[in-house]
Design a protein around this ligand. Sequence first.
Ligand SMILES: [Zn+2]
Length: 141
Amino acid sequence: MEEVSKGNQETTIQEQLQAKREASRHYEKFRRKRRPLPDWQIGRPWLKYEGDVMFCTWCIEAHFACSFVNGSKAAKLESVKSHEVSKTHLLAVTQREELAQNNNELLTIKSDDLKSIQQDWGSVGNQVHCTASVGKRGKNK
Ligand SMILES: [Zn+2]
């Protein structure tokens, strides 16, 4: 009875050691695994993560073909930085800027249109007012 319990204790200690070893091995494996860091996204609104895979939304929107469109598994800041200055990405940035400019021009045209529409409405309003007063005068006569 005593010997059995002693044997069990030894096994438990060995199991504990084994578990500790496995835990540290698992920790090493986990720690060494590269992961994209949230810090890298600061100042980079185009950088998106899906798990450990990095994407560039701007290059995806521009329908470019590069590693950041398909999803980069490099998980290195250097990869992010090199994509940031890559020809395709810079072209995507330029395209976005041009698009934003065009949108601004469209907005300017729209506000000009709105002014002329308001002027039209103003003159229509005057005409209505004039007609109304003429009518009133006519009624009073
Ligand atoms: Zn890009």
